[in-house]
Ligand binder design. Sequence first.
Ligand SMILES: Nc1ncnc2c1ncn2[C@@H]1O[C@H](COP(=O)(O)OP(=O)(O)O)[C@@H](O)[C@H]1O
Ligand SMILES: [Mg+2]
Length: 379
Amino acid sequence: MFHVEHEKVGAMAIKTLSIYTFRNLTEVHLTLSPFFNLIAGENGAGKSSILEAVYFLSHGRSFRGHVLEPLIQINQQKTILQALITTATQNEVSLGVMKSLVEEGQIKIGGEVCRSAVELAALLPVQLLNADSFDLLNGGPAFRRQWMDWGLFHVEHSYGELWRQYNYVLKQRNAALKKEGSAAVRCWDEELAQMGEKMVLQRAYYIEQIMPLCNGIFSRFCDFSFYFQYERGWNADISLLDALQSGWSRDLHLGYTSAGPHRADLKLSIAGKAVQAILSRGQQKWLIYSLKLAQGLLLKQQAGKSCVYLLDDVPAEWDEQRQKTVIAVLRDMASQVLITGIDLSYLYELTADSPTKMFHVEQGVVREECIAVEAAEFS
Ligand SMILES: Nc1ncnc2c1ncn2[C@@H]1O[C@H](COP(=O)(O)OP(=O)(O)O)[C@@H](O)[C@H]1O
Ligand SMILES: [Mg+2]
């Protein structure tokens, strides 16, 4: 297993987090452990909202829908989220997001106004594991493309810009397909094809790199090894330019571009059969954990960066051996982890040899638990 040097421990972690008028969290200030943070509380207490606030600081949006209004506390007009993070080079940087129903929102990095949420994501890579993570296996191809793109965005410097430009040109081509007819469509083909071919190569390389890491982790959960079949988004025998050109009449009829990396997918199989047909629901969960943990591991190995893991609603009935594996993998890559659940005291036993903080949430109020008392209960 991969081990980090001592001086990098705690890199890319959130040191302090402040949340104002976000869902039922009126004003919360947390000083987090760079390793494990166990956040317990009853249903509806505000646990997921804390993770949602962290996710928002990284993505500039929620994981529970794109609409702003439900996030802002009832009877309030705006929300403010702030964090002080330690970077991979051990500098401290402040991040801030303000979203309002009545004025334009603002993102600040190191006190300077910043125009795009992409910079937040680059500074604070976050991985979420919750009940919706099943979409990665059972949802549409967009979820698997997002998974690949997350990895490439953080590992490969140029990928974010390439992805942005590709999607810009794609939008132009699609608009031309709807309104302007084939002459206008043609002028986008070469540019789209050139960028699309690059994206496809980078994604293929990423898959090649991450597959052994995913299988390495999955083999610690289940006795299977699986295979990724990467479908790049068009007929395998021809170039993207040929696919675009030979698809003109079909695309004009459809009103959108039917070939390209925006149509890519990943098929996960075991012994030639789709993983969904072989694995139980429980095993599928461990496969999803493997896919997401492997991304953190690759990020650490290739870019020396850590990502923050958000594990929402970890149930008490997780089997112990697999709990230990999850904790061991997270510990080995020195990731900061925020775990929520109704009762997490049982997990403390597993995390306690790394710096661990416990918090209790009740009706939007967060209290840090005194670990000495908790530890004594186990002795
Ligand atoms: N905009 C809002 N203003 C005030 N309260 C909200 C808002 N949105 C959600 N809530 C409440 O905030 C609480 C937060 O729920 P959540 O974080 O999902 O709890 P948990 O994860 O602990 O079960 C819920 O009780 C919900 O009813
Ligand atoms: Mg919840």
